[in-house]
Write a protein that binds this ligand. Sequence first.
Ligand SMILES: *[C@@H]1O[C@H](CO)[C@@H](O)[C@H](O)[C@H]1NC(C)=O
Ligand SMILES: *[C@@H]1O[C@H](CO)[C@@H](O)[C@H](O)[C@H]1NC(C)=O
Ligand SMILES: *[C@@H]1O[C@H](CO)[C@@H](O)[C@H](O)[C@H]1NC(C)=O
Length: 391
Amino acid sequence: MDQFLKPGSLSKTLLFLFLLFSTNLLTFFISTTLYSPCSLNPPPSATNSDAEEDDVQVSDDPRTTSDLPPEFLAFTSAQLLPFGYNSNFDSDTIFPPVGRPCTLFPDELRSFMSYKVNGSCPDDELLAQKLLLRGCEPLPRRRCHPAAPPEYAEPYPLPASLWTSPPDSSVVWTSYTCKNYTCLIQRKKNKRFDDCKDCFDLEGREKTRWAQPGPGSGPDFSIDDVLAVKSPGTIRIGLDIGGGVATFAVRMRERNITIITTSMNLNGPFNSFIASRGVVPMYISISQRLPFFDNTLDIVHSMHVLSNWIPTTLLHFLFFDIYRVLRPGGLFWLDHFFCVGDQLEEVYAPIINSIGFEKVKWEVGPKLDRGPELREMYLSALLEKPLKNSW
Ligand SMILES: *[C@@H]1O[C@H](CO)[C@@H](O)[C@H](O)[C@H]1NC(C)=O
Ligand SMILES: *[C@@H]1O[C@H](CO)[C@@H](O)[C@H](O)[C@H]1NC(C)=O
Ligand SMILES: *[C@@H]1O[C@H](CO)[C@@H](O)[C@H](O)[C@H]1NC(C)=O
């Protein structure tokens, strides 16, 4: 996730952004017209002998399905409701969802969906994550038992679990370069770039993140500074997007605020670690529609992850999705968004300003960790969804 756009190579104005939109809409229109994986049905020969007898349909068009694994077809095929027409659905059929791009990667999909029903799933976290990141999200469900450590240990009790590294035996390490937590903690000394590479050391930088307030501290807001913007107790539930090892959620928990943390497992067992600490991990990428209803969350936070590596159109949709799930008066804390040189003024500030949030704080500062010659900048913004007339 460390792809950076060259300075000045991006769209110069919002006009270009709208051009992008129309191009994408056109592409979407063409692709949905010419290619319709929504209507997948299994071919006559595709029923898995290991599978229970499913109410599977016979395909009208074997060309689109012949490459697809039987378990995929068994899951995604139209399923008739046992009691017939349901007025809530306005249908007698369920089409179980998977990401539209899943079928664009038939080889990976075949590998992912090859297992013995009711047996052990392949230990294939890396493959699954790759599929998911490419847009096969949600992944299809599987009828097998996921890889698990042979000697799983129960978590530490709360509150000790919040700041204690769990035992190595709580993780399946196959997909990661490191094979234990000692290695993950020490990798901050390595040259190799990893996402959040010093995060697993709970005695290191995590110890003070968001803890110290500071007037004049530029883009480093503290949690208490941010909460002070609202009446005490009115920030209760929220979401941290791409939240590393969930130190944000842990600190909020210590203030009796419930935060769900989304994270991928990019070369580290982030989801397992978050769960071991005793806060809730959610395994969805930044591309997925947020699984919350409109106007429900008090706060959405995101540090570093929402930045210039995300295609601009996707980012625009994402900001609107955050606006959607925040309740009126809810806070969006965009924490250390980064980009290069003029991109902030020319591309990103206009996008952020166009969503409809009110600005509470807006601090820009240099990002120097990779050297000043890259001209990278940080923006931290505290934005509020209007309490009245937010629609
Ligand atoms: C499915 O697997 C479980 C656990 O391995 C086993 O106890 C059960 O008997 C299996 N069921 C069938 C129908 O094979
Ligand atoms: C942790 O893993 C590294 C290799 O990744 C290994 O060299 C080291 O001995 C392991 N340490 C422990 C305590 O298991
Ligand atoms: C959190 O809630 C508990 C139980 O209601 C209470 O005792 C504690 O003082 C609260 N902590 C904070 C920081 O509000």
